[in-house]
Design a protein. Sequence first.
Length: 250
Amino acid sequence: MTAPVTAAASALDVSGLSVAYGKVEALHKATVRVGAGSIVTVIGPNGAGKSTMLNAIMGLLPASGGIAYAGEDIGGLETEGRVARGLVLVPEKRELFAEMTVADNLVLGAFPRHRRREKGIDADLGAVYTRFPRLRERRAQLAGTLSGGERQMLALGRALMAKPKVLMLDEPSLGLAPLIVRDIFRIIAALRKTGVAILLVEQNARAALQVADYGYVLETGEVVLEGPAAELAANPRVMETYLGLAKRGA
C-alpha cells in the first residue's frame, strides 16, 4: 500500500485548515498533502468545500490552520506572495481577459516574472504553444471568442507561464464535452513529466482518480476518506457514490 505523502516530501502541506462564512463552517480541519511532482485529487459533491479549500490555500479567503509550501509556512503571505513563490491557481471560472488576445493573456501570466526581470519567458511561451497547438493557431484571437475547451487550455497555459511549482486546478472539466474532458486530462497527466505538483479539485471522480496518484474525499467540509487513487477508485463507498457503480455480490 502506498503511504500518504510525508511532510518532508511535500510540495504543499495543508493541516487543520478551517474556513467559516459567518457562523457557518464551510471547511473543517482539512488536511491535504501534495508530494513534489505528484498529482493529488480532492473529489466530492457540489458544495462540499472543495473550491473553498483552494481559495483558502491561495490566500483569497481568511482561514485558520497551517499552510506550508516547500516546507515554508506561507499562512501569513498575501496571495501575490504565494504566486511569486510558485503556487498558482486555475479557478473554476477561468477568469480570462475576454477582450484581450490569446497571446496577451499568456504573456500576462508571466507578469510577475517580467517584474523580476526573469529570463526565458519567450522560450516558455513557445513551450506553451507546443503543448497547446490550438492556442498557437488562435494566438491573435480574442479570448472571449474561444470555445469552452480552448478557454480551459488558455487558462492552463496562462498558469504555466507563471512557472508554478504547485498548480491547483479547480474543476477543469466543468462544462466541457466528454471528448474535450479527455483531452484536458491527458494534458494534466502530461504535466507531471514537467515536475510540477498538481492539486486537482474535481466532481468528475472517475477522470480525477484515473490521473491522480493520491486522493481525498471531501464531504460537508470534512475529509472523510483518503488513500492512493487506485484504492479509492476500488472503495465500495466511492464506487457507489461517485463512480455510479454498485457493489457486486452480497
